[in-house]
Design a protein around this ligand. Structure first.
Ligand code: PLP
Length: 367
């Protein structure tokens, strides 16, 4: 199998991740819920992962809240900052995990930046919207459809300059690009554990620079005498039993990234995406590539996108077709009607995967 759908989830994880999940299932009970060895071992696993995440994302361990995916973290963050009717500025490349919670809350959504790969355009229109006043801003670090890396450092500076609280969606950047809570001074940064961080599905992280409003209330193993959620992090946002096997696997993913170096992985993915883009253009397809692009490349072939993905799947090549849960990004790029075929590389990106894709497409065209 040639797996090129890492934008959805990383599928071929480092061996240590599978081993850690399995080991935790054998050895770990409920963390923070008992003083016996198996509960203490669970507590250590969770703390070690929290500490490794804090180290990678430049914050304190208690600012790391474990969630079940990126959507969960985004919902906590959005519900904390946004009230019905609030004016919220977002980029033109947001995922439904941002736009649907905002719509559910009845936010007044303002879209800034719709031109692919153009930092000048997004910064100019983002500032224009912030100047008009807003209660919050939410923006993705990297577009999941086009691999467009947004100028988040500059956007964060603008938010701070205009005194507007903001949330960064690091779904497609965590584990691939540097993300520092301390440097960005975002109110919240949400990320999945199961994509670039190479952990199992059912894991995610919300980095908190302020106290979140709990989305769920329940047991935390702390302050059990109170009928309100604890007022301190991370307990305030971690109601119920944590996904300990998942968190152990995530810790193994973080250790792998630390050893391999995220810069090395990023370079590998970017190189693969550039090469792949050239190859796809050689077939005469409409390819979306440009400056500030990560390891994801989208294209519109000379046939239906779903059909192309289906025919590739029949040859064991896994790509994704359609709107990729981001209709807004397609609206911005003018591909709302067709969708795109998306090729997204992972930590193991290599030349053989690109050659296999080329062979696969050639076979489809020869049919
Ligand atoms: N934001 C972006 C940019 C994404 O690409 C995704 C998932 O593809 C999400 C949010 C949601 O992530 P999760 O599936 O972990 O909730």
């Amino acid at each position: 199998m040639i797996y090129l759908d890492n934008g959805a989830t990383s599928f071929q994880k480092p061996a240590g991740v599978y081993q850690a999940v399995c080991k935790a299932m054998y050895r770990c009970a409920n963390p923070g819920r008992g003083g016996y060895a198996a509960a203490e071992e669970a507590g250590r696993e969770v703390f070690n992962c929290r500490e490794a995440a804090a180290d990678m994302f430049d914050c304190n361990p208690e600012q790391v809240v474990f969630t079940s995916n990126c959507t969960h973290g985004l919902n906590i963050a959005i519900h904390t900052l946004v009230k019905p009717g609030d004016r919220v500025v977002i980029s033109g490349f947001e995922h439904n995990a941002v736009t649907r919670p905002l719509n559910l809350l009845g936010a007044d959504i303002r879209i800034a930046g719709r031109e692919l790969f153009c930092w000048e355009e997004i910064l100019e229109s983002f500032e224009k919207e912030l100047k008009k006043g807003a209660q919050a801003a939410v923006f993705t670090h990297v577009s999941n459809v086009f691999g467009y890396i947004l100028p988040v450092e500059q956007m964060a500076t603008l938010c701070r300059q205009y005194g507007i609280p903001f949330i960064i969606d690091a779904a497609q950047s965590a584990g691939i690009l540097p993300v520092s809570l301390n440097a960005l001074q975002a109110d919240f940064i949400a990320m999945p554990g199961h994509k670039g961080l190479l952990g199992p599905q059912g894991t995610g992280i919300l980095l908190c620079n302020r106290l979140p409003q709990p989305l769920l209330a329940g047991g935390t193993g702390s302050e059990s005498e109170l009928q309100t959620m604890p007022a301190f992090l991370p307990d305030r946002a971690e109601a119920g039993t944590l996904n300990v096997p998942g968190i152990s696997g995530l810790w193994a993913g973080l250790q792998y990234l630390r050893q391999s170096g995220i810069e090395t992985i990023c370079r590998r993915e970017q190189k693969a995406a550039q090469l792949c883009g050239r190859l796809l253009a050689g077939f005469g397809f409409r390819v979306f590539s440009g400056a500030h692009q990560g390891g994801t490349v989208s294209f519109v072939p000379d046939m239906d996108c779903e059909e192309m993905a289906q025919k590739l799947a029949q040859q064991g090549i896994c790509v994704r077709a359609g709107l990729h849960c981001a209709p807004l990004a397609h609206e911005s790029a003018g591909t709302r009607n067709t969708g795109t075929v998306r090729v997204s590389f992972g930590h193991n990106a290599d030349f053989c995967q690109i050659l296999a894709l080329e062979r696969g497409i050639r076979r489809i065209k020869e049919e």
